[in-house]
Design a binder for this molecule. Structure first.
Ligand SMILES: NC(=O)c1ccc[n+]([C@@H]2O[C@H](COP(=O)([O-])OP(=O)(O)OC[C@H]3O[C@@H](n4cnc5c(N)ncnc54)[C@H](OP(=O)(O)O)[C@@H]3O)[C@@H](O)[C@H]2O)c1
Length: 263
C-alpha cells in the first residue's frame, strides 16, 4: 500500500471530505495530522479511526493566517516531516453578489485562499529541503466556472488554480507535486455551513449535496489519483461535464447555467 507510513496533514478533517480522507488514509497505514477549528470533533474523528495512535491533532483557524507558521512547526515536528499536505478545509457561500457584504467575501477568500496559501508557504521550505513532497488542494468545479449564488466561493477557488498552477512550475525541479482536486456535488454539510450575504450560516442542505456522491466514495476514488500524481482531478456526477463544456463550449454552458435552478 503506497500510503503506508506516509505522513499526511489534512485540514478540514472534522467533517465531510476531510473526515472521509482521514478514515481511508488511516486504514491504508498513513500517519496523519488532522486539523480544523473544533478540537472535540477532531477527537471523535480520531477515535473512530482503526489506528488512532497514528493520528495527531493540531487545531487551527485558516482565517488566522498569522498563527499558521507555528501550527506548521507543530505539525512538522510531530512525525519529523510532512509528505503530503491536503489543503482541504474551506467554506462556501450562498448569496447573490449584490447582497454579499465585502467582509463576507473577504472571509471566504481568507479561509479558502489565504489559509491554504499560508499553510503551504509554511510547509514548503521543509519539502524543498527534503526534495520531496506533494501538496493537494481541494478546489471545486466552482474553481473552473461560476454559477449564481457562489460568486465569492467561485472566486476563491479560481484563485487557488492560478496560485497553485504557478507554484507547480516553480517546485517541479524540487520533486514537489501539486494536485488540484475539483469535486462536484459531494454529500457533506458544506452548504449548511455556507455563509449568506450578511455572514449568517445558510443552514440548509443543498439539493446537489443531498443527492451527491457519499464522501467515503469520493475519498476512495481520489486517493489512487493522488497516488498517480494527477495534476487536476474531477470527481462527482454529471455536473463534472460542465468543466468540459466550459473549456470547449463556454457560451453554451453559460446559456445552460442561466436556466438551471441553483440552490
Ligand atoms: N461537498 C461538496 O459538494 C464540495 C464540492 C466542491 C468542493 N468542496 C470543498 O471540499 C472541502 C471540504 O468541504 P466539505 O464538503 O467536506 O464541507 P464540510 O463538511 O463543511 O467541511 C468543511 C471543513 O472545513 C473546516 N473549516 C471550515 N472553516 C475553517 C476555518 N476557518 N479554519 C479551519 N478549518 C475550517 C471545517 O472544520 P471546523 O468547522 O471544525 O473548523 C470542516 O472540517 C472545502 O474546501 C469545500 O470547498 C466541497
Amino acid at each position: 500500500m503506497s500510503f503506508n507510513n506516509k505522513i499526511i496533514w489534512i485540514t478540514g478533517a472534522s467533517s465531510g471530505i476531510g473526515e472521509a480522507l482521514t478514515y481511508e488514509l488511516n486504514q491504508q497505514g498513513a500517519k496523519l495530522i488532522i486539523s480544523s477549528r473544533r478540537k472535540e470533533t477532531l477527537e471523535q474523528v480520531k477515535n473512530n479511526c482503526s489506528n488512532p495512535s497514528d493520528i495527531h491533532i493540531v487545531t487551527l483557524d485558516l482565517a488566522k493566517t498569522d498563527e499558521l507558521p507555528s501550527k506548521a512547526e507543530e505539525a512538522i515536528s510531530h512525525w519529523g516531516h510532512v509528505d503530503y499536505l491536503f489543503n482541504n478545509g474551506g467554506i462556501s457561500q450562498r448569496s447573490n453578489a449584490i447582497d454579499t457584504n465585502l467582509d463576507v467575501i473577504r472571509t471566504v477568500m481568507e479561509i479558502n485562499f489565504f489559509g491554504s496559501v499560508a499553510l503551504t508557504k509554511a510547509v514548503l521550505p521543509s519539502m524543498i529541503e527534503r526534495e520531496s513532497g506533494h501538496i493537494v488542494i481541494t478546489s471545486s468545479v466552482m474553481g473552473k466556472f461560476g454559477t449564481r449564488l457562489r460568486s465569492s466561493y467561485a472566486a476563491s477557488k479560481h484563485a487557488l488554480h492560478g496560485y497553485f498552477d504557478s507554484l507547480r512550475q516553480e517546485v517541479y525541479d524540487k520533486n514537489i507535486k501539486i494536485s488540484l482536486v475539483c469535486p462536484g456535488f459531494i454529500k457533506t454539510n458544506v452548504t449548511k455551513n455556507a455563509l449568506e450575504g450578511d455572514g449568517s450560516k445558510h443552514n440548509k442542505m443543498g439539493k446537489g449535496q443531498e443527492h451527491g456522491m457519499p464522501a467515503d466514495e469520493f475519498a476512495r476514488k481520489l486517493i489512487p489519483k493522488i497516488n498517480r500524481g494527477k495534476e487536476e482531478i474531477y470527481i462527482g456526477g454529471s455536473e463534472i461535464w460542465a468543466v468540459y463544456l466550459k473549456r470547449f463550449f463556454p457560451r453554451l454552458l453559460n446559456k445552460m447555467l442561466r436556466k438551471v435552478k441553483v440552490t
